[in-house]
Design a protein around this ligand. Structure first.
Ligand code: HEM
Length: 136
């Protein structure tokens, strides 16, 4: 329970840094800021997901999937969160190989980046709502 609030704080900080990275990095085509933010955020988030969210998901999965409609918010959180995580890692790998982001790649990557950021924020929102409804 106390851990949940601590991880909520960490995830909130991650989303804030991500949005700042989008505003100051992506929107202004400053790829140094953008890539630095993406790598930092993905690393910090991966630690939370691997050491907290996945073990917790395993613990509660029997209960969650015994009533998937009743627990739809959690099911959506797992699903959307997983897609956002996979897309973000794929993009981070792309940024490692194409640091300069030529226009031809940027054009194709842009919709994927926007989708990833949107799914990330939705997963975050669902996480917050789940936590608040559970404990408040
Ligand atoms: C972009 C991806 C994700 C974001 C932004 C995110 C964010 C959050 C937030 C803000 C919370 C509430 C704080 C907390 O309880 O610690 C949370 C809880 C949780 N997340 Fe995620 N999450 C993501 C991906 C995932 C994935 C991929 C899984 C598992 C497959 C997962 C499983 C969980 C679980 C089990 C909880 C606790 C649920 C509860 O006890 O109510 N999350 N997440």
């Amino acid at each position: 329970m106390q851990n949940s609030w601590m991880f909520l704080g960490i995830e909130s900080l991650i989303v804030a840094v991500l949005l700042l990275g989008w505003y100051f990095g992506a929107r202004r085509l400053n790829f140094n800021i953008h890539h630095l933010v993406v790598y930092t955020v993905i690393l910090a988030h991966a630690l939370v997901v691997f050491f907290w969210m996945i073990p917790t998901a395993q613990e509660i999965s029997n209960w969650v999937f015994s009533n998937p409609i009743g627990n739809l918010r959690l099911v959506l959180h797992f699903g959307i969160g997983m897609v956002a995580d996979i897309l973000s890692i794929a993009l981070a790998v792309l940024f490692i190989f194409r640091r300069d982001m030529p226009l031809s790649i940027l054009r194709r990557a842009r919709p994927v980046m926007i989708t990833t950021l949107t799914l990330w924020v939705i997963a975050y929102g669902l996480g917050v709502v789940n936590l608040l409804l559970r404990y408040l």
